[in-house]
Write a protein of this length. Structure first.
Length: 391
């Protein structure tokens, strides 16, 4: 594919991304064509996306795919349908790239969904759908990501925007320069293809990633990012891939420290770990999406109850008013975290055990019960200044 093949594009970054994706798809699946031409069995060797093939690289601080692979062989009756689904999906993606399109994951499902008519061994006409549900096409798309070593975002496949960002920073998206310091009471929605964003200039000393959108809005309106020279981001719960990639780029390319603020519960702590070391189910993404240098700012159990080294941020009365009784699901999740290698550090084991002993949790919003400016001018700055992080 050359630039002459790409029609009506306004962004040179977009053009380069399309060329790269088309070349990698053509190279990877061209091997199948070559095998057919020389009379060999057409097959695909794909890394296994399974828990058993997921390893924690302690030295790099990342969840990664292991070395195990599986073979998808066209002549194997057990794999032939998946083989054809994989080539069909690759064809749809390649054509979308060539035609200057931006398909969504849902689009890919519909573009590939059709019925194939055939005669069975008794001569009866039968029909077989390429796929029946989107979870089938989604799984094939993930296989292609692993096989080609490209994220779907790098193939310009779109998903719903989720994360938001605001701060003293200018970015280029397409041919537009966007000033993230002039968003009013709103914020910039992080686009599904974050690698197409160009960083123009930034005036910030760190990045604060907030789990809760409501807390993000409060911090934004209180002028936190202006006062403390921060880039403020919300993942609005479990982070999507675009937000994770954007955070990774801020750390990797701009050398900005990344601090994560979540609820004091096992689900918030796991959200932090997804930003830091990657996701168990999508470990093949970690090298491009995870930020191993990210630090957990809070909220921690020792922030609530204190320990031998520090006083709690909440009084006994405030704890009675603010904390929430943990549910069975919270306790089960905490016990699961203790089994994860990356949570087996001295500090994290202590935090999780305090949670299990107290069977209590606390949402970030509870800290605003002491007043919003306690969160903005006391809690967050103190945690950063004293380097009170859990690793």
């Amino acid at each position: 594919m050359s630039e002459g093949h790409v029609r009506k594009l306004v962004s040179s970054v977009d053009i380069r991304a399309r060329i790269k994706a088309c070349e990698k798809l053509a190279e990877a699946f061209g091997k199948v064509v070559k095998s057919v031409l020389v009379g060999e069995e057409p097959r695909l060797i794909i890394p296994k996306r399974t828990l058993s093939n997921t390893i924690y690289d302690k030295e790099r601080g990342l969840l990664l795919l292991g070395p195990s692979t599986f073979e998808r062989n066209f002549l194997d009756v057990r794999e032939s349908k998946k083989f054809m689904q994989t080539l069909l999906m690759a064809k749809i993606i390649y054509e979308a790239l060539m035609n200057n399109e931006y398909p969504t994951i849902r689009d890919l499902f519909y573009r590939g969904k059709h019925s194939i008519r055939y005669r069975d061994h008794k001569g009866r006409i039968e029909e077989e759908n390429t796929w029946d549900e989107q979870k089938e096409s989604d799984a094939v798309l993930r296989d292609i990501e692993v096989y080609v070593n490209l994220l779907r975002e790098e193939m310009l496949i779109l998903s719903k925007e989720k994360g938001k960002v605001v701060g003293d920073m200018r970015i280029k998206s397409g041919d537009d320069i966007i000033d993230l310091s002039k968003m009013g009471h709103g914020a910039y929605a992080i686009e599904p293809t974050p690698d197409l964003i160009e960083f123009i200039d930034v005036n910030a000393e760190f990045v604060l990633v907030v789990e809760k959108d409501a807390v993000f809005q409060q911090l934004h309106r209180a002028g936190f990012w202006r006062k403390y020279k921060a880039i403020l981001i919300t993942s609005a719960g479990q982070p999507d891939r675009a937000t994770r990639r954007f955070v990774r780029r801020l750390n990797e390319e701009l050398r900005l420290p990344i601090y994560i603020l979540t609820d004091a519960d096992p689900y918030g702590w796991y959200i932090y770990s997804v930003f830091k070391i990657g996701s168990i189910t999508l470990s093949y993404e970690s090298e491009r999406l995870a930020t191993p240098k990210a630090k957990f700012l809070g909220v921690s159990m020792t922030d609530i109850f204190g320990d031998e080294k520090k006083k709690p941020y909440l009084s006994e009365t405030e704890r009675r008013n603010f904390i929430i009784r943990a549910k069975k699901a919270d306790i089960k999740r905490a016990q699961e975290l203790l089994n994860y290698e990356w949570f087996k550090t001295e500090k994290w084991v202590k935090e999780i055990n305090v949670f299990l002993a107290k069977q209590s949790k606390l949402e970030i919003e509870a800290l605003t019960g002491k007043g919003l400016y306690f969160l903005t001018d006391t809690y967050i700055p103190t945690k950063i200044q004293t380097q009170d992080f859990i690793e």
